[in-house]
Design a protein around this ligand. Structure first.
Ligand SMILES: [Zn+2]
Length: 312
């Protein structure tokens, strides 16, 4: 049985409307951050197209075959390293086979992993798409996908509804305090996949780690330096630091606020006492600047800048 898709009602309704209006495109690009449900939405579209009731009903043979990854008209490429020209040739051969159901759907996960040759070969298929066939390219790295392929696909940006995800998480993990859930939503930018991974793996969160070192300039610097080979962790830390500074400001302006329930209330309160509201705002915008260059910034420089921001 398919797991329910959480927080993407808007996207599901859009696809249903497109289907009802007979406007299903031959190529789609499903875009958005990792772990938000792009693959699930792609399979959902495959079901809308092939379900015997076009619901999807979750009961007919087509729905069940898609759920079990063995529908002959729904083909998925999930590359480990790259998508080769052979992969695209295999895909092309499959487009020639007559469909048993209504619609052929080809899902290409991590489409940014297409090699140049594979991308060119795919482009040719895109230029003359077979009838009743839809290609769904999935990526969180749009800038790594050739513009030619992009321009021949309808782009759909997935943006999960934070409230729906929050409600789901509260029911799914009743043991976790609401405030902690709010933090996770902020740090993992509403990515349900990442949040569930985090909770299920029971790792110490980057927020926990950061707050442990935040009151000593030296510990804070060394902690940031230890992230040297973990750029993703730096980004998570930066997201947390933005929330942290925002909360410091809230604590400064409205003492006894809802922050009293925060797992980090004590450190928020201690830190905010040493800063004026203007200073907090300035620090916040400096962290935003680093966040915006987090993909490329030298990690030593990032550690130094952050320490300056919090202790300069
Ligand atoms: Zn069905």
């Amino acid at each position: 049985m398919e797991e329910k898709i959480i927080g993407l009602d808007k996207e599901i309704n859009l696809l249903k409307t497109l289907y009802k209006q007979g406007k299903i495109a031959s190529s789609y690009l499903f875009l958005g951050k990792e772990g938000i449900g792009k693959k699930k939405i792609a399979l959902h579209l495959a079901k809308i197209l092939n379900c015997q009731k076009h619901q999807p009903c979750q009961k007919c043979q087509d729905c069940l075959l898609i759920d079990n990854n063995c529908h002959p008209d729904v083909y998925t490429i999930s590359p480990e390293k790259s998508i080769s020209i052979e992969d695209i040739r295999t895909l092309k051969n499959k487009t020639y086979i007559k469909s048993i159901s209504h619609w052929k759907v080809f899902i290409i996960n991590d489409a940014h992993k297409l090699t140049i040759e594979a991308a060119n070969a795919f482009l040719k298929i895109q230029e003359e798409p077979p009838e009743n066939t839809t290609f769904i390219l999935i990526t969180h790295k749009l800038n790594m996908l050739p513009k030619t392929i992009q321009s021949r696909a309808v782009k759909i940006w997935l943006s999960p509804n934070a409230e729906q995800i929050k409600t789901y998480l509260k029911t799914r993990y009743p043991q976790i305090p609401a405030q902690q859930i709010d933090y996770l939503l902020g740090v993992y930018e509403n990515s349900l996949g990442k949040i569930k991974n985090f909770i299920d793996s029971k790792e110490t969160s980057i927020a926990d780690e950061t707050t442990k070192v935040l009151l000593s300039a030296e510990d804070f610097f060394n902690f940031n330096l230890s992230l040297k080979k973990k750029r993703q962790a730096l980004k998570e830390e930066l997201s947390f630091l933005m929330l942290f500074l925002r909360d410091c400001l809230v604590a400064k302006i409205t003492p006894n606020s809802i922050l009293l329930n925060s797992p980090y209330y004590e450190i928020i309160n201690t830190y905010q006492k040493g800063c004026s509201p203007e200073e907090l705002i300035k620090k916040f915008s400096k962290v935003v600047e680093i966040y915006n260059s987090a993909e490329n910034i030298n990690m030593y420089l990032a550690a130094k800048l952050l320490t300056d921001i919090f202790y300069g």
